[in-house]
Design a protein around this ligand. Structure first.
Ligand code: SF4
Length: 169
């Protein structure tokens, strides 16, 4: 009896070149950078702090919930610092809804997953920092697809923010 040799893919540590960058987001910038960006756009820099409080403190990114921002400027401010980064396209639940796996579609069509686990006294989330994977483990479908790209800071952080909000429910 003959066995086919297992084909092994090379390990990949560097992302493929020429990938488009995700939209710039509040979570990619430090406090000064957020303020500078708004000022360059002709918007009041101090609004950056309000947006940061909504996003990191209140875990909110829907402009309708940011009622302390002027109605006429709200959409512009949110578009400047809180652009859409990803959309959930499928959710699977286990453990009577306490564990939720979400498949996210990123701006360039890349797919990534997160898993939120709600416990009695805390919530834990499992997230990825890359789309695809360059480690090429032969038993893993993700590994066979190779590394697509590194995710931006905001793409990584955003799933933690959404998970922190959903973990409270
Ligand atoms: S198991 Fe899959 S995702 Fe994990 S390191 Fe190996 S190839 Fe990457």
């Amino acid at each position: 009896m003959s066995h086919e040799p297992i084909k092994t893919l090379p390990l990949v540590f560097d992302e493929p070149r020429g990938r488009k960058k995700p939209p710039r987001h509040l979570a990619d910038l430090d406090e000064a950078g957020r303020k500078d960006l708004l000022t360059e756009m002709g918007l009041p820099g101090f609004r950056a702090k309000q947006l940061s409080t909504h996003y990191f403190g209140r875990l909110v990114h829907d402009p309708e919930e940011m009622t302390d921002l002027p109605g006429a400027q709200r959409a512009e401010l949110v578009n400047a610092l809180l652009p859409d980064l990803m959309n959930p396209i499928r959710q699977q639940e286990a453990d009577r809804g306490k564990t939720v796996k979400t498949l996210w579609k990123l701006f360039d069509g890349s797919l990534v997953e997160s898993v939120l686990m709600r416990y009695k006294d805390r919530a834990t989330i499992c997230i990825s920092s890359q789309a695809g994977c360059g480690m090429a483990c032969p038993f893993c479908a993700t590994g066979q697809g190779g590394l697509q790209r590194n995710m931006s800071t905001a793409e990584i952080v955003h799933r933690v923010v959404v998970g922190a909000r959903d973990g409270q429910r």
